[in-house]
Design a binder for this molecule. Structure first.
Ligand SMILES: [Fe+2]
Ligand SMILES: [Fe+2]
Length: 284
């Protein structure tokens, strides 16, 4: 009997929320008259968040020479949209990082390494393809498997059983979930992104990363995350519950034009980008 996973998850009231500053920022950024000071003020109402944002913008990941010492300064240098993305990333991280314990079968450190690597690889692919949605690709890659964290935290027995079964049967984790629960971490993560009111491109990438379809909106971001997930498994960065490397969808490969990409330099860039993104590992 498949368990009604989503129904259970929907009834859990303790699932983390995103800080209210995200909503306030979204509103502020919709108004073209909003100034850098106003946005800076909104972010600094949450001091812990503001200091994480400063830590990130001063890291090798953003690569700006010289020190950015205030949020307003960060906005002037990086622009509204980048700062909003940094705030969003830091908030999502805050909601989950260092919370929960993982299980014997599912190591949280390995999970976050997989997630950060997937974000960095998504960014690399987006850069290589000349996409203008690079930051969105990074966040989408970072949160693509967020449903697993929810399952691990709130349904540890069922989740552990699925991880064990997947290993025992050498079956991809999402196939095992489908078989056992008739539902997957994509749906659970997708539900969370809806509950958090995240932009549609992020919602779709989380919901469809194992099976991107060109007919869906924001296909390119989802397709990039699909590839990045598989690249970082193949390159052995972290672990997200199974040890298998799925096939990249032929259609995705063709649609992204990966035949025309220098794969050696892409892989090199992925390694570099993952190295730079290691600041996220220390982001507590
Ligand atoms: Fe996944
Ligand atoms: Fe993954």
């Amino acid at each position: 009997m498949p368990l009604a996973i989503l129904e259970k998850i929907e009834n859990i009231s303790s699932i983390p929320t995103l800080p209210t500053v995200i909503e306030r920022l979204t509103r502020l950024l919709q108004n073209p008259k909003t100034s850098a000071e106003e946005v800076g003020k909104a972010i600094t109402t949450d001091q812990a968040l503001a200091s994480k944002v400063l830590k990130l913008v001063n890291s090798a990941f953003y690569g700006f020479p010289g020190r950015i010492s205030t949020i307003t300064h960060a906005i002037v240098i990086l622009g509204f949209s980048t700062v909003k993305n940094v705030v969003l990333t830091a908030s999502i991280f805050d909601a989950f990082r260092n919370k929960g314990e993982g299980t014997s079968a599912f190591n949280l450190e390995d999970f976050w390494l997989h997630s950060i690597a997937c974000g960095a690889a998504s960014l690399s692919i987006a850069k290589q393809l000349g996409s203008n949605e690079k930051e969105e690709c990074f966040i989408a890659g970072l949160i693509h498997d967020i449903g697993k964290i929810i399952l691990c935290q709130y349904m540890p027995q069922e989740f552990n059983f699925a991880v064990d079964q997947s290993r025992k049967n050498s079956q991809l984790f999402y196939e095992t979930e489908k078989k056992l629960f008739d539902s997957t971490h994509e749906e659970v993560g997708g539900y969370l992104t809806e509950r958090w009111n995240l932009p549609m491109d992020l919602q779709n990438a989380v919901k469809l990363h194992h099976n991107p379809q060109p007919s869906h909106d924001h296909y390119m971001i989802t397709a990039i995350v699909h590839c990045a997930d598989i690249f970082v498994r193949a390159l052995d960065y972290g672990n997200s519950g199974d040890d298998l490397i799925p096939m990249i969808s032929d259609q995705v490969w063709k649609n992204l034009g990966l035949d025309n990409v220098d794969l050696v330099s892409l892989i090199e860039n992925i390694h570099d980008e993952i190295e730079k993104a290691s600041v996220f590992i220390q982001l507590t």
